[in-house]
Design a protein around this ligand. Structure first.
Ligand SMILES: Nc1ncnc2c1ncn2[C@@H]1O[C@H](COP(=O)(O)OP(=O)(O)OP(=O)(O)O)[C@@H](O)[C@H]1O
Ligand SMILES: [Mg+2]
Length: 243
């Protein structure tokens, strides 16, 4: 792979929460411009932890992090990383904090120095992209789980990131909404790493899939995840299978 296009380069990253055993153990990850990478792995295997390390929300005990070709260490480095990489939190309640949807989605652009009018226009355009027009004045904390997930994604996209880290974006979405999300992702033409437990969703949205296991990332050639076709009672009712 072309080293010039290397955007995220994690080398030998180890991490443990205080008082616990290692979650990440000399983990390596190379993510390039244009990659649409899926990440799967058991509950508690460290997927979310790795995203938080990339964003500088957690500090590894050892290893190096290079992003956009530069080693990142302190808070100042990570501040610029956070302007270019958008993280969709696994839990929407960690993302949303404003009283209304429009205020929440406009918050990011405002914070990046846009005027009130510009921020509002960007927020409305982003809501439209996710088929959320009409949600502007809805009270954020009263939204359904799936609606919160989509609005969270809108808050991330409104900041016009270059790269997305998507932590279980399809979790709790019905099939139609999932299809809308896939459509929006393909329209955006952005590089992203997407965590999901749904192999079919990963196969449709990403170009390669890797697996988190024993604190490390196993790349495509080492994992044999695949979609499959099958037949069983009630099979005509839309449904999904967990890995
Ligand atoms: N703040 C924390 N303090 C202590 N331990 C934590 C903390 N956050 C996560 N852990 C533990 O670290 C491990 C990895 O958690 P993480 O959330 O990264 O897993 P994950 O792969 O994202 O799992 P899931 O698929 O359930 O989202 C788990 O055993 C979890 O219990
Ligand atoms: Mg997680």
């Amino acid at each position: 792979m072309d080293q010039n296009n290397l955007i995220i380069n994690l080398s030998d990253i180890s991490f443990a929460y205080p008082g616990s055993s290692k979650v990440l153990d000399k983990l390596n990850l190379q993510f390039h411009q244009g990659d649409r990478l899926g990440l799967i792995g058991p509950n508690g295997s460290g997927k979310t932890t790795m995203f938080h390390i990339i964003m500088g929300l957690l500090k590894p005990s050892s290893g190096t992090i290079e992003i956009f070709g530069r080693q990142v260490n302190g808070e100042r480095d990570f501040r610029s990383v956070r302007e270019r990489i958008g993280l969709l939190f696994q839990d929407a309640d960690d993302q949303l904090f404003s009283p209304t949807v429009l205020e929440d989605v406009a918050f990011g652009p405002l914070n990046l120095g846009r005027s009130q009018e510009e921020a509002k226009a960007i927020a409305q355009k982003t809501l439209e992209l996710l088929s959320l027009s009409g949600f502007e004045d809805r009270v954020t904390y009263k939204l359904s789980g799936g609606e919160k997930k989509l609005v969270s994604l809108a808050t991330v996209l409104a900041m016009e990131p270059e790269i997305l880290l998507l932590d279980e974006p399809s979790n709790g979405l019905d099939d139609n909404t999932k299809a809308r999300l896939m459509e929006a992702l393909s329209q955006l033409d952005l590089s992203f790493i997407l965590i999901s437990h749904e192999i079919d969703f990963l196969s449709e949205t990403t170009d390669s899939i890797c697996e988190m296991r024993n604190g490390k990332i196993l790349v495509d050639e080492e994992v044999y995840v695949h979609p499959h076709y099958h037949r069983h009672p009630h099979g005509t009712v839309p449904h999904e299978h967990k890995p």
